[in-house]
Design a protein around this ligand. Sequence first.
Ligand code: NAD
Length: 427
Amino acid sequence: MVKEFNAFEMAQRQFDAVADKLQLDAGIRDLLRWPQREYHFTIPVRMDDGSVKVFRGFRVQHNDARGPAKGGIRFHPQETVDTVRALATWMTWKCAVVDIPLGGGKGGVICDPHHLSPREQEAVCRGWVRQVARNIGPLQDVPAPDVMTNPQHMVWMLDEYEKIAGGHFPGVITGKPVEVGGSLGRTEATGYGVIYTVREALKRKKIKVEGVKASIQGFGNVAQYAAKLLIELGGSVVAVSCWDNDDRAAYTYAKADGIDADFLLSITDRFGTIDKDKAVKAGYKIEGGDDWIAKDVQVLIPAAIENQVTAETVKRVHRNVKIIAEGANGPTTPEADAVLKERGVYVIPDFLANAGGVTCSYFEQVQCNTNFFWPKVEVLQRLDQKMTSAFNAVADLADDAGEYMRDAAYMIAIQRVATACHLRGWA
Ligand code: NAD
């Protein structure tokens, strides 16, 4: 029988490999391989038809040695506690690699919000908070939106928490609308963050950003803002791609002299799908879904979904590609990663390249906790500083120790968390 993929086992294996490199001792390994705390609970909801449905919910706090746990809440029909554990572990490393004073957490509810009315969704959100209100908080654990949860869900959760806690605690949850304590700049943060790291990588490769060419997979939140900023810095994007739900297929939208990001945005829906007919009329070439990866560019940015740079597609990566910045989570399979390593492609790993989002969430938390909100330009300036210094710390280690960027990023993150645990006397 084929063994089912288990994300948490994979997260533990990744950790073990880095722990070997860092020669961590047995106590700290045992501590960091497992979540510190988990809450499993039921959420009874009175449905619109009068019946009661009981949903299963989780919150996992992987490690909070460096600060309150941080991580999203997913609503997904196939949610499993092992997926939530893995994602919580990866959040610990992501917060550590960008050096923000937060740990790692993740939550979930087994449900499909598409089949719930807004009132039922509100009841799930409020029920989730009632079960963990004592275990989350601005100084304990700070949830955020994730797969199939959105800013409205976060406001319902905040409201329920504040009712229970008896006061205003906007720093308990991030990803809120700006009107209720959200941060300016959050929409741009992840895509811009990707490009801040690309800009720094280009400097190391002695390639001028002016005139650099990139090809991007996806045209959703991350890809759109990555494209916009790269173009603003003087580069061009010769292709983007997206999923077309009507055709149940992906397409690449190519323009040899560079896309006009604002125009493409004007013909893109809120799910990141570009209108094919309007694109063709404007001179875009429509190509196969995987063709974005074969472009003669210096920079590739997979910013759509996981498992896209595979043993097969990696063969099509053009010899001129110098940098791959992983905007998406887990876009590269281990087999393709080995090929890129061998070919000497400079890969900026996902948990570093796309950490702009969580960094901005941290800024949201800081602004909420101090009840003082920054203008957008200040948010983006601080984001640039954080991403730039995080990138340079990893790139320095990679250069000095001759490590692959992904390995260097894990080494820095895990060492930081291990040190915090040691200093606290935990292991
Ligand atoms: P999104 O839903 O806004 O956009 C996804 C885009 O990918 C859409 O354009 C969609 O059409 C396209 N797409 C989907 N399947 C595709 C396929 N097979 N081929 C080509 N294109 C395809 O999502 P997003 O927020 O931009 O997130 C993209 C990735 O970045 C995800 O892996 C997400 O986990 C990761 N990420 C996002 C954030 C964030 O702040 N938004 C932060 C960290 C990581």
